[in-house]
Design a protein around this ligand. Structure first.
Ligand SMILES: N[C@@H](CCC(=O)N[C@@H](CS)C(=O)NCC(=O)O)C(=O)O
Length: 228
């Protein structure tokens, strides 16, 4: 555990959910930090210096040491500031389950959002169906692996999986509006209840961008409908 005050800087972009994961974890732990907004179409020299491999946000700079990749940063934060609230449970098997579903959300669900935004016609329909199937798998998985919890998985405070799920789900209504889909809804009641509970968390509201700003940003990314 760190006992001397440290200098913590987060390089991020307002619409990056990966950045929001880190901002949320820092706030949850009560760690003061400076935030630097990056323009991803004109990346700063500092970002390229601190993340020369991926050249992406977020980057956490801790006493001058850069840490890259949001999930690695979250675990780093939990190890360095290892006071409550803990992001990962103590029990190794519980930790493994939390990591499994965090990884599933990160590696399967997040990338599956892009084709829904970018593809049109049949490919768009297929992308929505793929996502629905992934959500069904997640619903069954969390029912089976976390039968004891209703909304917050790591006790009464947010843990690693809550951060990742909450950040992903926070603006689901904006995603539905722009893509004309319904990914998160009553057909997967556990996820629906969980995401809606997380949306009410004051730190989520303080960290995630507002609906209208996200709608405008998503519209700017969406593929134009071809003329018929
Ligand atoms: N796996 C990375 C993903 C980070 C990521 O994709 N960041 C995007 C913003 S949402 C980025 O910096 N993109 C810039 C680029 O691809 O050039 C993480 O978890 O940190």
């Amino acid at each position: 555990m760190e006992d001397k005050p440290s200098e913590v800087v987060l390089f991020g972009t307002w619409y990056s959910s990966y950045t929001s994961r880190v901002a949320l974890a820092l706030k949850l732990k009560g760690i003061p930090f400076k935030y630097v907004e990056e323009n991803l179409s004109n990346k700063s020299e500092l970002l390229l210096k601190f993340n020369p491999i991926h050249k992406k946000v977020p980057v956490l700079l801790h006493n001058g040491m850069p840490i890259c990749e949001s999930l690695i940063i979250l675990e780093y934060i939990d190890e360095v500031w290892n006071h409550a609230p803990k992001l990962l449970p103590e029990d190794p098997y519980q930790r493994a389950r939390v990591r499994f579903w965090t990884n599933y959300t990160d590696q399967k669900i997040m990338p599956a959002c892009y084709p829904i935004l970018l593809k049109r016609g049949e490919e768009n329909q297929k992308a929505i169906e793929d996502m629905e199937e992934m959500q069904r798998v997640l619903e069954e998985g969390i029912k089976q692996d976390f039968p004891e919890k209703s909304s917050f998985f790591n006790g009464k405070t947010m843990g690693l999986l809550d951060i990742v799920m909450g950040v992903n789900g926070y603006n689901y209504k904006a995603f539905h509006e722009v893509t004309n889909s319904e990914i998160i809804g009553p057909k997967n009641p556990k996820i629906f209840m969980w995401v809606n509970a997380l949306k009410e968390h004051p730190l989520m509201k303080d960290t995630l961008p507002p609906h209208d700003k996200v709608v405008a940003m998503l519209k700017s990314k969406i593929a134009p409908t071809p003329d018929v």
